[in-house]
Design a protein around this ligand. Structure first.
Ligand code: AVJ
Length: 342
């Protein structure tokens, strides 16, 4: 058996938040978002260590059905997934605490396959602590963690050391991408996989507005704290002076676009500075910053979009209420682009 030291590798593809920001990699996106109309902040700024903790709390809220529902589905189908893919390396985008991943690891473990796991997350703290916990719980597991954005990590993936590979993108994180970003993301997945390798996708499905709005406006205010924490994160990262008491959480379901929109609304006219970015931002009273879209999908549409990227949906699982969907796709194993030339 490998020693603990050899079983864990943590690679930083991003500069940790404790060192001075590198504007090229993570400041210019903030400056751009805050100088556009309407204002926005890239969604990954939710997830500093505190934000990741708050998100874990959201997952346990009674109104937030997503995590519970996906967990139920995974418990039902994990062994079927392991059976289809056979021995494979698990790459997880946005692994967070890796709680749901354990269901998959258990299934592969029971099949007797060696376990190799590559969690990828922008939050170094949660990545490291969950990796250590996993190593303690799975004696044969090897973890190679990447502190990185998805895009960077997908470009840096080495050829799999296992017979196959499955990229897992569960938890409906896909919902944070606009349709155009989603299209590009699927292309990046296609490029990162070898033919015959797998892509596991978990998505939140369309459902009545009142259920969705409750999930993003919980009665305990955890989602509000999660949203406002973005400003604290920016303060810390870019020497900012946002006063979080002068902004409020605002979330609603946009039924035409099938997406939850989360905003922070300025409670008065105010000026904020981010010194590390040489940036001064003016807010009108009532002006909002878009912090997240969370799209709700239609299974048939998404299956078609995946298929168009040669990501062939092999199997789809949902819960009895059809609130959440899990799709196992395979990158087209054979040459499928043979076209007839006239
Ligand atoms: C982690 C992106 C799936 O969109 O529901 C939770 C994040 N935002 N509450 C989601 C979130 C507000 C979450 N995802």
């Amino acid at each position: 058996m490998l020693s603990d030291k050899n079983r864990l590798q943590i690679e930083h593809l991003l500069s940790p938040s404790t060192v001075l920001p590198d504007r090229k990699t993570d400041g210019s996106d903030v400056a751009l978002g805050l100088t556009q109309i309407p204002k926005s902040i890239p969604v990954r700024y939710f997830y500093d260590d505190r934000g990741s903790e708050l998100f874990e709390q959201i997952c346990d809220l009674p109104e937030y059905y997503l995590t519970r529902t996906e967990t139920e589905i995974l418990q039902e189908c994990a062994s079927a997934i392991a059976l289809v893919t056979g021995e494979c390396e698990l790459v997880e985008l946005g692994s967070g605490s890796s709680t749901k991943t354990r269901i998959l690891l258990d299934a592969y473990n029971q099949s007797g396959y060696p376990l190799r796991y590559l969690p990828i997350d922008v939050s170094a703290g949660i990545l490291e602590s969950s990796a250590r916990q996993l190593l303690a719980d799975y004696p044969s597991l090897q973890v190679h963690a990447l502190v990185s954005t998805y895009e960077l990590a997908l470009q840096k993936l080495f050829p799999s050391e296992s017979p196959s590979r499955m990229i897992c993108f569960i938890g409906s994180t896909l919902g944070n991408l606009t349709p155009q970003e989603c299209d590009r993301f699927f292309s990046q997945i296609t490029d990162a996989l070898d033919p015959g390798e797998y892509f596991l996708l978990g998505i939140d499905l369309q459902k009545p507005k009142h259920l969705l709005e409750a999930a993003y406006n919980d009665s305990q205010g955890v989602t509000a704290a999660f949203n406002l924490n973005t400003l604290d994160h920016l303060n810390q990262r870019f020497e900012g002076n946002f006063d979080t008491s002068q902004f409020e959480h605002w979330a609603f379901y946009n039924e035409t676009q099938h997406q939850i929109e989360m905003h922070l609304r300025s409670l008065r006219s105010q000026t904020v500075q981010l010194r590390a970015l040489d940036l001064t931002v003016k807010f009108e009273s009532g002006e909002t910053i878009l912090t997240e879209i969370s799209r709700k999908f239609d299974l048939n549409t998404i299956k078609q979009e995946l298929q168009e990227k040669s990501l062939v949906p092999l199997q789809v699982w949902t819960d009895p209420k059809q609130w959440f969907g899990l799709l196992l796709c395979q990158l087209q194993p054979f040459e499928s682009t043979r076209s007839v030339q006239i």
